[in-house]
Design a protein around this ligand. Sequence first.
Ligand SMILES: [Zn+2]
Length: 508
Amino acid sequence: MSQGHKRFHINEQELLCKNGCGFYGNPAWQGFCSKCWREEYQKAKNAQLQIDEQNKMMKQKTPVGAEGKAPSFSKFEEKKKRESDKRTHTVKSLFRKSSSKDIAAEQVAKREAMKRLSSESQQVGEGFADFLRNLSKPAALDVSKHIRALIEKIQQNPDVTVDEHSEIIQDFYQSMGDRLQTHPVYKGLTHTTSDKLMDYMEKYIMTRLYRAVFCSMWSDDEEQDLIIQKRIRSLHWVSEQNLEASISVNEPSVRALVDSAITDIIEMDSKRAPQDKLASVVRCSNHIFEALKASQNNEPASADDFLPALIYIVLQANPPRLQSNIKYITRFSNPSRLMSGEAGYYFTNLCCVVAFIENLNAESLNMTPEEFEGYMSGKLVPRDSKEGHICEGLRLMYQNLANLSELRQRHEKVMAEAMQLQQEIVEFKENFKKEIQSVLTKNPWTIKPRKTKVDLDAESPATDMLPPPLIPQIVGEPMVVQHDQSNANSTDMTTEPHVTVTDTAVEE
Ligand SMILES: [Zn+2]
């Protein structure tokens, strides 16, 4: 570590591959980048094969010890041996009480479970299928053929070490990458499309194989997770000032960004594809840069400010299965992602942060060993320079209480307004009634009979008072006849000596 003005500092150079190829290195690859690491690995493996050959030839003469092995490869061997020891140990402990029949049944069940598609796999599979439809048919067929072969290969060998799985997947990325550039069925594929295709393949394969290879029981990842988790828990008292991180965590706007960064890094564990896990790391880092900027009067933060802040965030978040996630990304991500670019840079920083946390001591926090021990054992409680140190739980509780009281105030305001409105409704109704009453008293009603249409034919009492209608009289021949007869009976002249025919007389 170089001695700058910051204690937690790392040179850009130190993040890079120690081969000087310009890509980012990684502690998991002993400081090499993924490409150089694979080359080193192959070299060591070949050297070992040669030595084995030689040993075989000399076998009759002298027994050979481990000192004949290439020093770098013996590291790989050691690790493999450790893992295979662990495997037998774990398997034994797992199935101690079961018979060999049970073991076989368990293994069949396990294989079946791996073949069943989870909802995540189905979702990713659908997206991938949509994407493949945009390619030419031979290209799409070629891609799915290779992917199927790879998945079958892994599913048929679920019990190999996680490093062997990693090797298979990395070989696949490499050979598919080459194939996309050279094979005739992919002719005319643009650079962007082939990048997208590689992304989709990675996402699909790793979502399918996630359960089989993440935190594999054939590795010591779980133990490593517990160790770092415990370590972070014991460092809970380390404040942003101890780390010289320029974040004003008590500022509400900054606090919100810090909380987002913490959520992002915790969320990494819930994603399946390495690219999605990396995206969580990138989001977290961007939030940290924003928090730094907001803490420094909107001046953009430098890379020197970033590292201590990231340490602080990781200590605050204590991300679940941190080591497993880091190792999973290193083993199964498409290496081009980690070797350069934004994601590669932030991820390499995250790996350094884990190393810093593992080695954090009194000196790096600028305190006496007694002080450091006191805090670690809980005998000393750190005092915050500003408003007294409170733990995360209490801080959240206070924040929630504040939110609740604000909600209560708003609720009361709404209730008061509702009561007011009700009152107004009642008053309005009464006023309205009064208004109508006053108008009525000013202008009283007089009820007039209803006007109706006159029906000429209707019976009406008024007509009774009229004289009876004239009845037509018949005067004429019958009267004359009668008259003649009466003439014969009487001699005196009646009043009707002449026959007059009235206008109503019937003419016969
Ligand atoms: Zn390199």
